[in-house]
Design a protein around this ligand. Structure first.
Ligand SMILES: [Zn+2]
Length: 495
């Protein structure tokens, strides 16, 4: 790649920072500063040179650093690590926590001195008490700080709810292109390459942006197959044909905010506004035609269990209680349905039930204890199979190398059914989620995972059949509706 001038007068100073949270505004409670300082399934908050610990990791920041430092070795770039905070998906961010992190970021930027560019890792669906659009507000504040001459390029999660402020204040947005997100590192690299290209040419891309008129649930955003995969392919082909760059985001529907939903930002070489606008318009019209295929029928737990066929490896995706979307991961509806139908060789993972995990550790392996379950008069007796401290290093394609610390963890038996319980809400998407308590997929015929789509990266090949389940539904009932009040007018909450 020939991004760099032959003999730069001085190295470009590129500031590196990140603020990452996917906010489920429908969950009760608030997410405090501590959730960013010490998250259970990701890196703790880092300031300044601490960020260099991400070097060599398969993360977005690892990709950004690797790409920049490859150039820095030629003494054309000075990397200025500033700040990074990330928390697991959860409820609305506490207003004070958001303002504190925003202030800490701006203070680091001020302290860094003059910068030629900022490379920013964002999620794109962070909402705080008092701020519907944290990323837009952060990019606006950064732009005000560093001025119009500084180039700002930001990475996004595929589930970003992109706003006009985000498009307007960043020179480019660069989202993941996969769900499950197996391209975090590649996105970080691509983001850095786009930034270097902007610096080398001194030109900012022309841009166009469009939003869909409907929300798409997570479970319909799988990019390996189906309507979203078809749409992504169409975007890629159009980008190739017209020499454009596409920032397609599926959006995060569990956010009652003005700009929730799928969006497409199109970037063209300077002067190419008309081509970018045509592409954005044509592609969003195509997305409209795919709408019926983006609807996702979900089964009630008992209905899904009734559909199981003996000897067929079946994955029940508990999509409505996915901690990766900020849900609590405490529903026992599928556990009860599997137990009551006496389904053999079945496992539910991973429940976030600290009380059960503590009771299991107190009872010891081979011991027993009783718990009360919603809707049951009699307490239920559980047997402890294996115990773990809940620490594991991820080995799957998505989180490879990441350290999970989900607290005291146990694998329990209730009749024919097994369950893994942990002491923090961590999505069961990595083989380590099972391996940490001595289990593996091959031990079971039925896996029930609290995950919408990410499980597909590690457990998809195991499954002969996948059923999507809404554990909040009773048989024969429609899915409970989420009440939206802040969504922009005219937007449908389902495809
Ligand atoms: Zn995501």
């Amino acid at each position: 790649m020939h991004f760099l001038p032959a003999s730069p007068a001085r190295p470009w100073r590129i500031g590196l920072l990140g603020l990452v949270h996917e906010t489920n505004t429908f969950e009760a409670g608030q997410t405090g500063y501590d959730a960013f300082a010490r998250p259970a399934d990701r890196e703790p908050l880092m300031r300044g040179a601490e960020l260099l610990r991400m070097r060599g990791t398969r993360s977005v920041m690892g990709g950004m650093l690797g790409q920049l430092e490859a150039v820095a070795r030629a003494e054309q770039v000075e990397v200025v690590p500033l700040y990074r905070a990330s928390a697991a998906p959860s409820a609305l961010v506490d207003g004070q926590a958001w303002l504190r992190m925003r202030q800490e970021i701006l203070a680091q930027v001020d302290e860094a001195g003059p910068l030629d560019a900022l490379l920013v890792e964002l999620h794109g669906a962070m909402v705080a008490d008092g701020e519907d659009d944290c990323e837009g507000a952060l990019l606006a504040a950064l732009r005000e700080r560093v001025g119009g001459r500084c180039t700002i390029v930001a990475s996004l999660d595929f589930h970003a709810n992109v706003s006009p402020a985000m498009v307007g204040h960043a020179d480019m947005l660069v989202p993941y292109r996969t769900y499950p997100h197996v391209d975090m590192h590649a996105t970080g690299e691509r983001c850095a390459r786009r930034l270097l290209a902007c610096l080398a040419t001194g030109a900012r891309p022309a841009r166009a942006w469009a939003q869909a008129h409907f929300l798409v649930p997570l479970v319909s955003q799988y990019t390996g197959d189906g309507a979203m995969a078809d749409f992504m392919q169409a975007c890629k082909e159009r980008a190739r044909r017209d020499g454009l760059d596409m920032a397609l985001c599926g959006g995060f529907a569990l956010a009652d905010t003005p700009h929730a939903g799928p969006s497409l930002a199109v970037y063209a070489p300077a002067g190419g506004e008309a081509a970018a606008q045509r592409a954005a318009r044509d592609l969003m019209a195509l997305l409209d035609t795919l709408r019926p295929q983006l609807a996702a029928p979900l089964h009630a737990p008992q209905e899904a269990v009734a559909l199981l066929r003996r000897g067929e490896r079946t994955l029940l995706a508990d999509v409505a209680d996915n901690p990766g979307a900020g849900c609590g991961a405490q529903s026992t509806a599928l556990l009860c349905a599997l137990h009551d139908a006496q389904v053999a060789r079945s496992l539910v993972a991973t429940l976030n039930l600290p009380d059960w995990a503590a009771a299991a550790h107190a009872a010891g392996e081979g011991g027993q204890f009783t718990v009360a379950l919603p809707g049951r008069v009699q307490p239920v007796r559980l047997r402890v199979l294996t115990l773990s401290d809940g620490r594991y290093a991820c080995t799957g394609a998505m989180w490879a190398g990441r350290e999970v610390r989900q607290g005291p963890t146990a694998r329990l038996a209730w009749g024919s059914v097994e369950a893994i319980v942990a002491s923090a809400p961590v999505q069961a998407l990595d083989p380590g989620a099972l391996a940490c308590v001595g289990a593996k997929p091959g031990d079971y015929d039925v896996l029930s995972l609290k995950s919408s789509v990410h499980y597909r990266a590690a457990f998809g090949p195991w499954a002969q059949r996948i059923l999507n389940v809404d554990a909040r539904r009773m048989p024969g009932q429609a899915a409970p509706s989420l009440a939206y009040h802040r969504l922009r007018p005219g937007v449908a909450t389902h495809p």
